[in-house]
Design a protein around this ligand. Structure first.
Ligand code: 6CS
Length: 338
């Protein structure tokens, strides 16, 4: 009885920590939110390859839908069923309110080099966020940009007035709803799995995402009018279950950190030029698509609504959010000089 119980406990332990009971090599499980070949997948595969080339461990990658929605894979990671997860602040914002900082519009510049430099050097990103994630039992390994946000709608738009009465899908964090309310639209938070169908059936009239995803998810087929508003970037984050990570040897922790750094380098390379390539593919595939790039005056009408979203961010996150925002802005200033 005792022996069986011990064995059972050992097997559960092996499952929880991804360790194969028979050998010292481990099988680690890693889930992300995207499809094969998309940005999060490129990151995950680069991470997997680094781990497998530099240790006896293996990494099993699960893509969107294989284990559920974004919130499901986060729950599985917090429960220790998965060792690694890539979840975007668009969803994590409901769990870690400060992660909603990425949804204050017009905070990040549109220039990709500046954005990358910000991610490379920011104290808010590299020192403050890991502490906030740790409070939720998560070892934050990397935050990285995927692409500039572009809004798609059932017709072209150039002003907040044009968005009146439009149900625009947002990821499920409350601040992003504030942003779209400030922009004049009716925000409609939905998990990813409901977006294509929602656009197709007309329950929603628009959504926002980086161009590569608009192409990869076929969103342009059901929401063909693309508008560059310049209001933000899609940012994501990769992390480990903290108990699992803390249970690794120092060498293994370093291996994991090195693998995520190697994957980050690959991603920065991967996203450069990706939006233009994806836009070309979209335009080749559809005659219906229109592309509108708002001019400075048009952008100003949206930008002047940003302060009310920033105020809501502070209301939602208090002193900690304020401190994070100040550091975030200081880090940006160091990069852009503005
Ligand atoms: O809009 C979304 O929900 C999805 N967008 C991207 C770029 N990645 C995953 C996420 O679920």
């Amino acid at each position: 009885m005792k022996a069986t119980k011990l064995l059972t406990t050992a097997s559960i332990g092996a499952l929880m920590f991804g360790m194969s009971a028979a050998a010292h090599s481990a099988e680690w499980r890693y889930a992300h939110e995207e499809f094969e070949g998309d940005v999060q997948d490129v990151f995950a595969i680069a991470f997997k390859e680094y781990i497998e080339e530099n240790s006896d461990h293996t990494v099993q990658v699960y893509r969107f839908g294989e284990l559920g929605e974004s919130d499901d894979i986060m729950e599985q990671t917090q429960a220790g069923i998965l060792q690694f997860v890539n979840q975007s602040p668009g969803f994590t914002g409901a769990l870690i309110p400060e992660a909603q900082i990425f949804f204050i519009p017009y905070l990040l510049p549109t220039d990709q080099d500046a954005v990358v430099e910000f991610f490379n050097t920011s104290k808010a990103i590299n020192e403050m966020f890991p502490e906030l994630y740790a409070e939720q039992g998560l070892e934050l390994l990397q935050m990285y940009p995927e692409g500039e946000m572009v809004v798609t709608l059932d017709e072209p738009f150039t002003s907040p007035d044009d968005l009146r009465g439009k149900n625009v899908r947002t990821m499920t964090n409350p601040l992003l709803s504030e942003t779209y309310r400030a922009f004049g639209a009716t925000p409609t938070p939905l998990p990813w799995g409901e977006v294509y169908g929602g656009l197709q059936t007309g329950i929603i009239q628009g959504q926002e995402n980086p161009i590569f995803w608009i192409e990869s998810g076929g969103l342009y087929e059901v929401s063909p009018h693309l508008v560059f508003t310049g209001h933000g970037w899609f940012t994501t984050a990769m992390m480990a279950n903290q108990d699992f990570f803390d249970g690794l040897s120092e060498e293994e922790q370093q291996l994991v950190r090195d693998a995520s750094d190697a994957a980050y380098e690959q991603i920065i390379d991967h996203i450069s030029g990706l939006a233009d390539e994806s836009l070309e593919k979209i335009q080749e595939a559809s005659d219906e698509v229109t592309v509108t790039r708002l001019d400075e005056d048009q952008i100003q009408a949206f930008r002047e609504r940003a302060p009310q979203v920033e105020e809501r961010f502070i209301e939602m996150t208090g002193d900690r959010g304020q401190e994070l925002l100040e550091q975030f802005k200081a880090d940006l200033e160091a990069v852009t000089g503005e």
